[in-house]
Design a protein around this ligand. Structure first.
Ligand SMILES: N[C@@H](CCC(=O)N[C@@H](CS)C(=O)NCC(=O)O)C(=O)O
Length: 205
């Protein structure tokens, strides 16, 4: 059996994307909690050896480090033929949504969440306006991509849904609102038996 260990933290939507994918796929994996708020060089040596950027997530697959959440999702789908990876069309859809997420909605939401975190980074109001404007465009694009289906991959969730879930799970914390279609998708994602709160995915060691 493949050995799967995921370095992550509950405040990292990037790590949550991967945790959700592993759980939805029914794979046997274990979390390794890393304090992302601590100075990078104080993080566990095994993690620093695996992650040149000292960033989570890192998924160890049989001892080999895999970094960048989107790349990890594509690896999971392709290697285990799951969450879209069962077919060429499903994998194509997964790649499209994963890359869209990384460029668009996964760019503005983490910044908006950080801007509103107590003690978080200070952002110029003009930057917040720009990020909120981007989110409005991304939300409309999300609705078009969902196109009335239950999930971004159709009747069942795939790696694209996992990618978008990473930060859309925290719309309230980011101070923005979902469209009705996005709100319905959020409810369906939360109701998935494999879905967990971030702290349940990454319990503190
Ligand atoms: N593009 C990366 C982003 C990873 C990232 O920004 N990780 C953050 C947490 S969300 C982190 O580890 N921050 C700690 C640090 O940079 O010291 C991905 O998709 O995996």
């Amino acid at each position: 059996m493949t050995d799967l260990e995921l370095f992550g933290h509950p405040d990292s939507g990037h790590a949550c994307k991967v945790a959700l994918a592993l759980s939805l796929a029914g794979l046997d994996w274990r979390p390794a909690w890393v304090d992302i708020w601590a100075p990078p060089d104080s993080r566990p040596a095994a993690f620093l050896a695996a992650s040149s950027a000292a960033e989570v997530p890192v998924l160890m697959i049989d001892g080999v480090a895999h970094a960048q959440s989107g790349a990890i999702l594509i690896e999971i789908a392709s290697r285990f033929r799951t969450l879209g990876g069962e077919s060429a069309a499903g994998l194509r859809r997964g790649r499209e949504v994963v890359l869209w997420e990384a460029n668009r909605i996964g760019m503005c939401l983490p910044q908006l969440k950080e801007a509103r975190r107590l003690g978080g980074a200070h952002f110029d109001p003009a930057v917040i306006d720009w990020l909120e404007g981007r989110f409005a465009v991304d939300r409309a694009r999300f609705d078009r991509m969902l196109n009335g289906a239950d999930f971004l991959h159709g009747a069942a969730p795939g790696i694209g849904d996992c990618a978008v879930w990473g930060y859309v799970q925290w719309l309230t914390e980011a101070g923005v609102f979902p469209s009705p279609a996005m709100a319905g998708w959020i409810e369906r994602m939360r109701a998935l038996p494999a879905a967990r709160a971030p702290e349940a995915f990454f319990p503190e060691a």
